[in-house]
Design a binder for this molecule. Sequence first.
Ligand code: FMN
Length: 184
Amino acid sequence: MNKQADWRDRLDSALKGNRRDAYSRYLQLATVGLDGAPRCRTLVFRGFLEESNTLLAITDGRSQKVEEIARDNRAQVHWYFARSREQFRMETRVTMADLGRQGNLIADVWSRLSEAARDQFFWHPPGEPLESGETLSPTESPPNTFRLMLMEPQKVDYLWLGKRHQRVISVSSGDMWEETQVNP
Ligand SMILES: Cc1cc2nc3c(=O)[nH]c(=O)nc-3n(C[C@H](O)[C@H](O)[C@H](O)COP(=O)(O)O)c2cc1C
């Protein structure tokens, strides 16, 4: 058993080593659809929840994924770093930041968004027929449609396509992580 999450060190160094590529901050999140089939989409990684390994992303509260997560919060993050040829597949539990307890964090993430990114939260509801549904009046503070997603990894499957391929599975039990090297 290992207290420290070694996969987190690998992820930090992948982020650092690939930072010249803007797309290295795009991850894919797969959820369980309302019909039980998989649904996958790209999200921008917005950093980690302070003093944790929980990944942050933002989304629109009216989007399909939010309904899916409310019903089943198991989700898989997939992240490939092209420059360093590293793949992370993470089994996560997703929750939405709580306005009461995490209002400051929500406001902080909102304040760091570009104007273009903020604007989308006032548009017509995503996924509805074009230009149907209501638009919202822009506000300074985060609107009701803004959601901060917390993706907490439970299991990480790391694959490095280096000279000699390496694969490491990390499983969490509470604060501890157990790591096993497996055949790639
Ligand atoms: C490069 C890229 C980055 C994206 N970033 C986000 C994001 O950070 N948050 C988000 O909700 N959707 C983002 N999207 C759009 C989603 O992939 C998806 O189309 C949208 O959220 C609707 O998904 P849903 O219907 O499964 O909820 C991004 C798309 C691309 C291509």
